[in-house]
Ligand binder design. Structure first.
Ligand code: D41
Length: 703
């Protein structure tokens, strides 16, 4: 580059970085991936280093970003919140280099023993200082610029995991705990689903979030704590700020970082179990590799691991340079977001008929694999993000979640009018399902277009059969997904009733199907014919009709024909049936091909007992008082009962099992690794039972 070229590029980079820093820090809506921001930042740093005369006071390289926002009270940290040095070399050599630096600083030679390190995760969230006085949480503050942050106590108090009071009879007079506020990936996906639903219902001020860290940042800096409370925040502690009176003269302060984390855990603070004490560079490399291998399986995002010299006395000897301790480093992993080009948009028909726009991408290495397809969720999402073919987009792949396009990179230098057309799903498909050519439709208040072919669309056939055969539906023993693939792909069955016309000869002709398994399947099919009305209804796979609703409908109407003929108003009379469910049942049976399938199923000999129904009698009258009518939510792994078994027991006693915790939930049954549902229960003050307490409760009912 020539001299004027450098000057021009530096100015361009300053402008770009300023714009992106604003989007990131102020709007919580980044326009480019972090890795790209870092690249631009480093490019500017390099130019400024080579040409000091180009350095400007307002350059993003000259100040710490993340200043104080209007609306929150500034808090001066009693002890500054330091930064952590980042090792961007994602190879093992990054760990080796850190160990070598530490040994050099301590003037150690090869003859000396390896250094002991505490290795932990680098959570991808928001740094926070929690101040406890006499064991009581009195203040929570963001890091800000490290000297001054914002008081976000109200919002942090909504995090159920963070104790309001330390678990100790003799807490330190002052204990500042530092850690990271983050959002789990499953909570993030659920949050964005909710946001998409709100937007679909016409909510104006709602948006989806680009990634968990941004959602967390937005929640922490919410001016309305009621909104913050609805965001599923979590917390992990990793260090200390000011400490007074932890024993006489802080004599109870642990001597190592690992013991400190144990002590924080004993105070009731969340501390990650994914940590280790290791020896020397070799130990660090091993930890980096081990966590790298399970990164996808962790329930939250990490962008690296952190190594800390374990001995706190050694830490003090090492000290820090320009606000970064010499005794700690963050060792990164490959980024989970990257930029690439959008080559086209395909539309996939899901197994339930949902039509999903899928981005065809120029292959890009992200989150550890090469990605060339990513979901765009639905048409509204594509339009809102204004994603068009030919654009440069940001792709995110984290954990086992399918890759997603989270946004478009707008090239500020691109000419107007050179972009592709806005996306229109209906027009693209000419109104027809790309698999079966049935009309596509979208119900009011829904974001997803769907194929209306239902049981007749090949894309939905396998799923419909598997659902029908499922253990909680018709319970057809021996009919799993491999066999369904064979039956459908081999053209043996196209519709549900055809299952029951399969013969031994046809089955034996299938690959790997012996006489015995064929006979077993036929026996399974035969046995499934005697069922209950609830199971049969559930098996039909009507949208929005889960097991519980199917049972409620069966109990209420008693006879299939009454359900088939019921008006929406009559359906609304059923316990827990709202307009969406009523409409779904009605439109299912309005379709002639669905009625035909039901008739054919009856014709092949499927039977159940029909009753008068309990349209007038309250269901409570038949159950066992106490558990009857109570709503349970199951979360985590119970020691002996499977989820299905627990559900069956609860339902047998007259209780109901639902999927999410709300004010209407009576009990949450929690097992190992219970997640956000448990937090929610605690937050709402709902009774939490373990397995034995559940069994005792159910026992009481029977006794
Ligand atoms: O998980 C993290 N993001 C993390 C951040 C961690 N595990 N340890 C950290 N340790 C420090 C020092 C060494 C300065 C106590 C940190 C951070 N700092 C940190 N996070 C944001 C700024 C600094």
């Amino acid at each position: 580059m020539s001299e004027p070229e450098h000057a021009r590029r530096a100015a361009e980079l300053r402008a770009l970085l300023q714009q992106h820093a604003h989007s990131y820090y102020v709007l919580d809506a980044p326009q480019i991936p972090d890795a790209e921001y870092d690249r631009l930042f480093q490019e500017l740093e390099a130019i400024e280093a080579a040409h000091p005369e180009l350095r400007r006071d307002d350059s993003p390289t000259q100040r710490v970003v993340g200043g104080v926002l209007d609306g929150f009270v500034a808090v001066r940290h009693a002890v500054p919140m330091l930064s952590i040095r980042t090792e961007t070399d994602t190879e093992p050599s990054g760990a080796v280099a850190f160990d070598a630096r530490v040994r050099r600083e301590l003037a150690l030679t090869d003859a000396d023993l390896p250094i002991e390190y505490a290795a932990e995760l680098k959570f991808d969230g928001l740094a926070m200082n929690l101040r406890y006085e006499s064991g009581v949480l009195v203040q929570a503050a963001t890091r800000g610029d490290g000297e001054t942050g914002e008081d976000v106590t109200q919002n942090i108090r909504t995090i159920a995991q963070i104790p309001r009071r330390l678990h100790s009879d003799t807490p330190p007079a002052v204990l500042e705990v530092r850690g990271e506020v983050y959002i789990r990936r499953d909570d993030f996906e659920a949050l964005n689903e909710r946001q998409r639903a709100l937007i679909a219902q016409g909510a104006k001020n709602e948006k989806t979030f680009v990634n968990p860290r941004n959602a967390a940042a937005g929640a922490v800096r919410q001016l309305d704590p009621a909104i913050a409370a609805k965001r599923p925040l979590s917390f992990f502690a990793y260090g200390l700020g000011e400490v007074q009176g932890w024993g006489v003269d802080n004599a109870a302060l642990p001597a190592t970082h690992s013991a400190l984390l144990d002590a924080l855990a004993a105070f009731g603070l969340p501390v990650s179990d994914e940590r280790a004490v290791v020896q020397g560079a070799e130990g660090l490399v091993g930890f980096h590799a081990a966590i790298g291998a399970k990164r996808d399986a962790l329930p939250f995002d990490i962008d690296g691991v952190v190594y800390k010299v374990n001995d706190r006395a050694l830490q003090q000897r090492l000290g820090f340079v320009t606000r970064e301790p010499r005794w700690a480093v963050a060792h990164k992993y490959p980024a989970q977001e990257q930029m690439t080009k959008l080559l086209g948009i395909d539309i996939q028909v899901g197994r339930t008929g949902k039509l999903t726009p899928v981005a065809k991408l120029e292959p890009v290495f992200v989150g550890g694999t090469t990605v060339s397809n990513a979901t765009l969720h639905n048409e509204d999402e594509v339009r809102r993000k204004d994603v068009r073919v030919g654009d440069t987009v940001i792709v995110r792949r984290a954990g086992d979640v399918i890759p997603q396009v989270v946004g478009v990179v707008h090239d500020p230098l691109a000419a107007e009018g050179t972009r592709g057309e806005p996306f229109d799903l209906y027009q693209r498909l000419g109104g027809q399902c790309p698999v079966c050519s049935s009309p596509i439709g979208r119900e009011e208040g829904e974001v997803d277009w769907r194929c209306t072919g239902g049981l007749t669309c090949p894309a939905q056939r396998k799923e419909a059969i598997l659902h029908f055969a499922g253990r909680r539906a018709m319970d057809i023993e021996g009919l799993g997904d491999k066999l369904v693939d064979q039956l459908v792909d081999g053209g043996l069955i196209r519709t549900l009733p055809e299952l029951y016309t399969l013969g031994l000869d046809k089955l034996c002709a299938l690959d790997r199907m012996g006489d015995k398994s064929a006979a077993n399947l036929l026996a399974g099919l035969d046995a499934s014919k005697r069922t209950t009305l609830g199971r049969f209804l559930y098996a039909l796979g009507i949208r929005h009709i889960g097991e519980t609703t199917a049972k409620d409908l069966a109990r209420h109407f008693g006879q299939l024909d009454r359900i088939i003929e019921a008006t929406e108003a009559q359906l609304l009379e059923v316990n827990d049936v709202g307009p969406v469910v009523a409409h779904s049942v009605r439109s299912f049976f309005d379709q002639p091909h669905h009625r035909e399938i039901v008739e054919q199923l009856r014709a092949v000999g499927i039977t159940w007992e029909e009753t008068e129904g309990t349209a007038v009698a309250a269901p409570e009258a038949t159950g066992i008082a106490g558990v009857t009518g109570k709503t349970f939510v199951l979360t985590g792994t119970l020691p002996t009962l499977t989820r299905d078994a627990a559900k069956e027991l609860i339902e047998a006693a007259g209780g109901k099992v639902t999927g999410s915790v709300s004010k209407k939930t009576n009990y949450v049954v929690a097992g190992a690794e219970a997640g956000s549902k448990l937090d929610k229960a605690n937050e709402l003050g709902i009774a939490v039972l373990d397995e034995s307490a559940l069994l005792a409760l159910l026992q009481d009912q029977v006794a």
